[in-house]
Design a protein around this ligand. Structure first.
Ligand code: PAJ
Length: 284
């Protein structure tokens, strides 16, 4: 039976003394992408736990905090099916008893700045602050994050290392629909027409990967290859399409080493993000 905890104290007490803990932080409205993280946590640890908390700190003033989809009963049924032992489901007051914004904020410079950071300037400080709190609450554990949010994964990895959290951050592959669209809680905002158009984001990124794999080393040309796929899609409003170093997220010219191609686009109300990897072998 999955046990639900509304207080930090009760969740902490439940985890104390476990030989190994696998932890999956989420904002709920769980789908098969989250399920893959729950399964990975369950498979590799004695105790498998999750958190469900829509974190107000990581939403900008004009973003979808109030509208963010929620369905706790369905989420708990998925946790139960995945044999998750404990779920932390705190109120905003339990997490932020002194209110928001918090006086103490965790920021991860440079990695947080480009791409999502440009479009959503306070987002990663909100993510890093809540994840630091969740790591402090869970204690020593393996924590599972999706590659779907590649920049978030990079921010969390660096934060955990810089602050010496006793946490091993584990990245898990992106779960997709058959047409390539990455599963996301925000996909529910899409109308049927927008849903059909939304696969163009992943197609654009794969066109960029194909350009790199066919020998293109000029980042501007790789970006152009991605734009060529999506710019003509009337439902898509591109925010950015980038190719950067996979770990530092720095721009490289010429392209070299382990790369990540990342994009964000609006389809109606839904702002979707996605990414793909490409590696340029070192010259021999
Ligand atoms: P949320 O969007 O609910 O995502 C929770 C975790 O599920 C994240 O690590 C995310 O990368 C992963 N995930 C989402 N879609 C996925 C997919 N299609 N395939 C694989 N993994 C996927 O990300 C957050 O919540 C929040 O920012 C959080 C880290 C919980 C902090 O509030």
């Amino acid at each position: 039976m999955t046990e639900v905890h509304e207080t930090i104290a009760s969740f902490r007490a439940a985890l104390a003394g476990a030989a190994s803990v696998g932890f999956v932080p989420t904002m709920g409205y769980l789908h098969e992408g989250h399920r893959s993280l729950l399964d990975a946590a369950r498979a590799a640890n004695d105790v498998a736990v999750a958190s469900i908390f829509v974190n107000p700190l990581q939403f900008g003033p004009t973003e979808d905090l109030a509208a963010y989809p929620r369905d706790l009963d369905r989420d708990l049924a998925m946790c139960e099916a995945a044999r998750i032992d404990h779920v932390l489901h705190p109120s905003v007051e339990e997490m932020y008893p002194f209110g928001t914004p918090t006086l103490t904020t965790v920021t991860v410079a440079s990695i947080s700045a480009p791409m999502e950071g440009t479009s959503r300037p306070t987002h990663f400080a909100g993510v890093a602050t809540v994840v630091a709190k969740l790591f402090a609450i869970a204690g020593p554990c393996r924590a599972y994050f999706g590659e779907k949010d590649w920049q978030q994964l990079a921010v969390v990895r660096r934060m955990a290392a810089d602050l010496s959290f006793p946490v091993e951050v584990v990245g898990c592959p992106t779960v997709r629909e058959a047409d390539g669209l990455a599963l996301s809680s925000r996909n529910v905002y899409l109308t049927p027409l927008q849903r059909a158009a939304a696969s163009s984001l992943n197609r654009a990124l794969r066109a960029g990967v194909a350009a790199v794999e066919s020998g293109e080393r000029d980042p501007a040309k790789v970006r152009a290859a991605m734009h060529a796929v999506i710019d003509g899609v009337p439902e898509a409003e591109v925010d950015y399409l980038e190719v950067v170093a996979a770990d530092t997220l720095e721009r490289l010219d010429p392209l070299a080493g382990t790369l990540r191609l990342l994009g964000a686009a609006r389809f109606g109300r839904a702002r979707l993000i996605d990414n793909e990897g490409a590696t340029i072998p070192a010259p021999t």
